[in-house]
Design a binder for this molecule. Structure first.
Ligand code: GLV
Ligand code: MG
Length: 324
């Protein structure tokens, strides 16, 4: 293990993150009653320019007046390249900072962007005497943000999570797709011809590199990697497949841009009963091995060692959080 200790962000369940436009207050109560782990009230791309001020007011009122229970509450502010952003931060933190857990920063490009928001939030928290420190979630969704993802991940003690914003990332990198998430038949390989001359097409995941790169930067800095939106909410199988791919790579949550996606995210991002039982058996087997002075043993015909303990502990801890 490196001498460098990775400080972990506060442990929050973040299996599902529901996006709710700030300009649609009629959706707030239903969101509060949903099973989403995290809700972000949006001031950015789901809100038209002439609705920004109203959306801000709606969000402040809702944070103060609606009973959000134990949900983690976030607000997606506008980008640092817009003049909406400073007022988003000032008004929301000053007037609803008590109930706000996180600020989501879209299109973050450099560590200096994080520094700028950190400086503003710190001043407002101090001036208002807020006791709870507001955390940051960053959407990695531009070529610049991806280039600087490691520096962004390490840029503030407020950082909690990185999110892959596939739609803006596609636009920024000029990827040839107009769908939000999902796959593209042009990103595929052809097998060699079989005896009859037939060839098969195997579709690939065009987002693999981006997501994997973001996961590494997040984990190396103790942050939660979260997969972003899947636009076609009528395609349940497509959503599940995307969520499973993200989970396999190490993501611990996925956005829900429609309430119907919340349960799917929660299910995919929770360890199954079988996985938890297996993890508990690994921990017992390793405890026995250790007591007998051994560092590695076999369980069900497979080698397990100290690395298996760490993997098993992550699963068991996640199950404990979900049950709490
Ligand atoms: C999310 O903000 C995205 O652009 O996908
Ligand atoms: Mg975006």
């Amino acid at each position: 293990m490196s001498f460098h200790v990775i400080e972990q962000a506060p442990a929050r369940l973040n299996r599902s993150e529901l996006a709710v436009p700030g300009s649609a207050p009629q959706m707030f109560q239903k969101a509060a009653e949903s099973e989403a782990d995290v809700i972000f009230l949006d001031l950015e791309d789901a809100v038209a320019p002439d609705e920004k001020a109203d959306a801000r007011r709606n969000i402040i009122k809702a944070l103060n007046e609606i009973d959000w229970g134990t949900k983690t509450m976030s607000v997606r502010i506008n980008g640092l390249d817009t003049h909406y952003m400073y007022r988003d931060v000032v008004d929301v933190v000053e007037q609803a900072g008590e109930r706000l857990d996180l600020i989501m920063i879209p299109k973050v490009g450099t560590a200096a962007d994080v520094y700028a928001v950190d400086m503003m939030v710190t001043q407002i928290e101090d001036a208002k005497g807020l006791k709870k420190r507001i955390g940051f979630e960053h959407i990695i969704e531009t070529a610049l943000g991806m280039q600087n993802v490691s520096a962004i991940a390490g840029a503030s003690k407020r950082n909690e999570s990185l999110h892959f914003g596939v739609a803006d990332y596609a636009a920024s990198t000029r990827a040839r797709t107009t769908i939000i998430g999902g796959v593209n038949p042009d990103y595929s390989v052809l097998t060699d011809a079989d005896d009859q001359g037939g060839r098969e097409r195997h579709w690939g995941d065009m987002w693999h590199y981006a997501l994997a790169r973001m996961v590494v930067a997040a984990r190396a800095n103790g942050l939660r990697p979260i997969d972003g939106p899947f636009g076609d909410f009528s395609d349940r199988d497509g959503y599940l497949a995307a969520a499973r791919r993200a989970a396999v790579l190490g993501c611990e949550g996925k956005w829900a841009i429609h309430p119907s996606q919340i349960a799917m995210a929660n299910e995919v991002m929770s360890p199954s009963e079988g996985e938890v039982t297996k993890a508990q058996r690994i921990l017992s087997a390793m405890a026995e091995a250790e007591a007998a002075g051994k560092g590695a043993v076999s369980l069900d015909g497979r080698l397990i060692d100290y690395a298996s303990i760490r993997q098993a502990e992550v699963l068991v801890e996640k199950a404990r959080q979900i049950a709490a």
